[in-house]
Design a protein around this ligand. Structure first.
Ligand code: H53
Length: 832
């Protein structure tokens, strides 16, 4: 007996513990056990959620052996741990993805069916954790998948928002926001680690005194202390036997009851304290690319960064007492500027709390930190009003000042007498109100700065971070974004995945460059017809859901022309609308016009305070109402706004697209990742030379990509020479017709004023050059229509798109981060 115990224990620490039963019978037993012991339910009375919870717990149990073994790596001095700091992780539903990655899908499906249920039903039950706004948060989730798949020890650190991104309802054509109650039925995937908790100070002031040895000591006397508690979620790598860690922090009161207040009879005051502390992680800010922020958001950012760094220091001290070597334990990536307070906080922890000298602390901070920039929109670069910053983080402001003082010394040495440059590079903006510039803080405090697509990185070096690039060009590099083929093909498009694997084997899932092997099938008629069959089935599935959610019947034979992404003027959903209006008028004018039937599908959320974006949603729905009920275009044009675009809905939408709309003004979209998901699922792209579109076109071939519009240089030149949108309106009859229709009240029951702000914006400002690109877009759409009529040729292009998209796997991105930035060795793939 002794022997058995010893063997089991030692094999466990090495991570070779045979997994808990993953066969159908074992799964069946485990589900019933969880229904009984965890959910306390009799099968006859169990709800769908009870079954979902029971299944999820059974699956999670089976992930724990690999997880516990993986967590061991954090203690292994030889392995550097990647720490991905992100205010957003837009994970999407866990269950399906975990079943795919762990290889338990079939057993789970059979077990569930043996209980008289369907896996599909239980998958639908999951409320997705929408802890992000859009691209940036979803990118973080794809990266966690790849880190685990590539067996790189990693921790994603973020915030456990009680309410994630709002749910979008459409009422009378307008967006209405409702609270996302993703935790309401419980979250089976997380484990609360009450013992992993840190205190985070806020507010107050600092005091200086000399300690017994005569050294200057700094004390920060906060007015408030909040506790951050760790909630851990396992992230399964694809068949890698490695399970990554996502650690999200929830804020709590240090003491749930303030006994002093309580004793004095101020019961409500005591409870207040708890409510205020818990409010820090209450809700995700629903703005994509934020402007000037709010106190609570700054508090959120500081809160999660502080908890994460304290946690990293604890882990490091388990390995080595020398904090000078912190950069050998961790490579920290800051996902945009949201976590950039990490620079100041790591300095504070090292200097104030752990007694390092400034220079030693600065050296280790810089070599640990790296910064990814995700936007070129100047208004989106975060900056905090100085007073607000000072009130919440008085000690950090001192540290920022000291970093700035030393940094500006370096700048003036490098560029003597260049006052303008000093003012631009300073961490403090002083022109009209004082602000702390977070991109500058992140840039100064990092050893590496990267953009997210080739064009974006080039523009970054020329524009927003030009001064930093000139001073330290070696810090800059590009890592083009990628998406995980596990969630975005294997899970969301099983039909396509099966067809691909039957043709070229399964290796593409972790080695997507192997997709190239599909090229030779592009001339095989039976393969092409199987390819079309898969796409048609996906389109029928989407059509059924559209009918269910919107009441609109769409024809699965028509061209599915899809634009799904956040609603923003720079993404130009209104340009898409102008095309629709033009087709509408053409058909009305000439019922014999040769226009293949199209279904235009839109989806995306608008920031609740972004009036123009909300008006665009209203206009899409208003145009839909008119077009969809006009007998003269029946069977030829349909317009749909698919409500509540999120990860779950994306998994249904991307696989059903024929045409992917990537039509942002060139130079405005940093990368885009939806563009990759579409193309990887066989859609052809109509797009500008913006973000990663440029590289997608390079890969798939220009003959398989519909390009239009001004390029970034032309955009800049046009703006510089003075852009007059009104001229395009005057000179282009069809454009005028489209805009006049909107302005006449045709789509607003005669209310000519409703869309006036949007029309005025286009005619007198048009910051994003929709009118300048209109004609080019229209002509390009005609090429699309012509191409779609030749179905066989279209399918060839579709196959070639998929075959050549290997570059855009997030595995490739993560390998590049490892090589260029984190200096983490890439381990050989796990033998399956
Ligand atoms: O990040 C994506 C890019 C996309 C960019 C997006 C983004 C956000 O979602 C939020 C804030 C921000 O600064 C940028 O708009 O182009 O693909 C991931 O890199």
């Amino acid at each position: 007996a002794n022997n058995t115990v010893k063997t089991a224990a030692s094999s466990q620490t090495q991570g070779h513990n045979p997994r808990r039963g993953v066969g159908t019978a074992a799964m069946n037993r485990a589900i019933l056990d969880h229904l009984h012991f965890t959910m306390a339910r009799l099968p006859a009375l169990a709800s769908r959620n009870d079954w979902y919870m029971a299944l999820s717990h059974a699956v999670r149990d089976r992930m724990l052996d690999d997880w516990l073994a993986s967590l061991h790596h954090f203690r292994n001095k030889e392995l550097k741990v990647v720490s991905y700091l992100s205010a957003e992780f837009l994970l999407g539903p866990h269950l399906g993805n975990n079943l795919i990655n762990t290889g338990m899908w079939d057993a789970a499906r059979d077990a569930v069916e043996s209980l008289g249920l369907t896996l599909e039903d239980l998958l639908r039950q999951e409320e997705e954790p929408g802890l992000g706004n859009g691209g940036l948060g979803r990118l973080a989730a794809c990266y966690l998948d790849s880190l685990a798949t590539l067996r790189i020890p990693s921790i994603g650190y973020g915030i456990r928002y009680e309410f994630g991104i709002f749910d979008q309802l459409i009422r009378d054509g307008w967006q209405v926001e409702t609270a996302d109650k993703w935790l309401k039925f419980g979250n089976p995937w997380e484990i609360c680690r009450s013992e992993i908790a840190y205190e985070v100070k806020m507010g107050g002031h600092t005091e200086y005194h000399h300690d017994a040895d005569g050294r200057l000591a700094i004390a920060w006397l906060p007015v408030k202390v909040i506790k951050g508690v760790a909630y851990d979620t396992p992230i399964a790598g694809y068949r890698s036997r490695i399970t990554g860690l996502l650690r999200l922090w929830k804020s709590e009161a240090v003491e749930s009851f303030n006994f002093q207040a309580f004793n004095a009879g101020e019961y409500y005051h005591a409870v207040d304290e708890k409510v205020v502390s818990e409010s820090i992680t209450k809700v995700l800010y629903p703005n994509d690319e934020p402007g000037v922020g709010k106190l609570l958001r700054l508090a959120q950012q500081y809160f999660f960064v502080s908890c994460s760094l304290q946690d990293m220091i604890r882990v490091h001290l388990l390995r080595s007492p020398r904090l000078e070597e912190f950069d050998q334990t961790f490579a920290v990536q800051m996902n945009d500027t949201h976590p950039s307070l990490a620079v100041a906080e790591l300095m504070r922890l090292l200097v104030d709390e752990h007694g390092l000298g400034w220079d030693a602390a600065w050296k280790v901070t810089r070599s640990t930190m790296a910064y990814t920039n995700h936007t070129l929109l100047p208004e989106a670069l975060e900056k905090w009003p100085l007073q607000l910053f000072a009130n919440l983080l008085p000690r950090h402001l001192e540290i920022v000042y000291e970093i700035n003082r030393r940094f500006l010394d370096e700048v003036s040495q490098a560029y003597p007498g260049d006052q303008a440059r000093l003012a631009r590079m300073s961490l403090i903006e002083e022109t009209g109100g004082k602000f702390v510039r977070m991109a500058n803080l992140a840039s100064v405090g990092s050893h590496a700065i990267n953009g997210v697509a080739h064009l974006h990185t080039e523009l970054l070096k020329e524009t927003v971070l030009a001064d930093f690039y000139q001073m330290t060009p070696g810090k800059f590099c590009n890592v083009t974004n990628g998406v995980t083929p596990r969630r975005w093909v294997l899970l969301s498009n099983p039909g396509l995945a099966r067809l691909i694997s039957e043709s070229i084997g399964e290796e593409w899932v972790t080695a997507p460059e192997k997709l190239r092997k599909l090229e030779r099938f592009a001339s095989d008629p039976s393969f092409l017809s199987a390819w079309r069959w898969v796409k048609d089935a996906n389109k029928r599935a989407l059509a059924a859901t559209i009918l269910e959610r919107t009441g609109v019947t769409v024809d699965p034979e028509s061209l599915f022309d899809i634009q799904v992404k956040r609603i923003h003027e720079y993404k130009r959903q209104h340009l898409n609308l102008l095309h629709i209006l033009t087709l509408y008028h053409r058909i009305k004018r000439d019922p014999g016009a040769q226009i293949p039937p199209r279904t235009f599908i839109f989806g995306g959320k608008a920031a609740p305070g972004y009036f123009m974006a909300k008006l665009i949603i209203k206009l899409i729905n208003s145009v839909a109402e008119v077009v969809n009920t006009d007998p003269e275009v029946a069977g030829r044009l349909k317009v749909v706004f698919f409500p509540d675009f999120n990860v779950t809905n994306g998994q249904l939408i991307y696989p059903a697209a024929d045409l992917s709309e990537q039509i942002s003004t060139s130079g405005k979209e940093a990368s885009g990742t939806g563009n990759m998901k579409f193309s990887l699922n066989g859609a052809l792209t109509i797009g500008t030379l913006d973000g990663a579109n440029v590289e997608i076109r390079e890969e798939v071939g220009e003959e398989n990509f519909f390009l239009f519009g001004l390029n970034a240089t032309e955009v800049q030149a046009l703006k510089k020479s003075g852009y007059h949108p009104g001229r395009f309106y005057e000179e282009d009859g069809e454009l005028r017709e489209a805009i006049d229709a909107v302005r006449s009240g045709l789509f607003s029951h005669g209310d000519a004023g409703l869309f006036q702000p949007l029309v005025d914006h286009l005619l007198y400002d048009d910051e994003y050059l929709a009118l300048a690109d209109y004609r080019s877009y229209l002509e390009c759409q005609e090429r699309v229509s012509t191409a779609f009529r030749q179905r066989e040729l279209w399918s060839v292009k579709s196959v070639l798109n998929v075959a050549r998209m290997g570059k855009f796997s997030s595995d490739r991105s993560i390998r590049e981060y490892c090589e260029k930035i984190w200096k983490v060795p890439i381990r050989p793939p796990f033998p399956h």
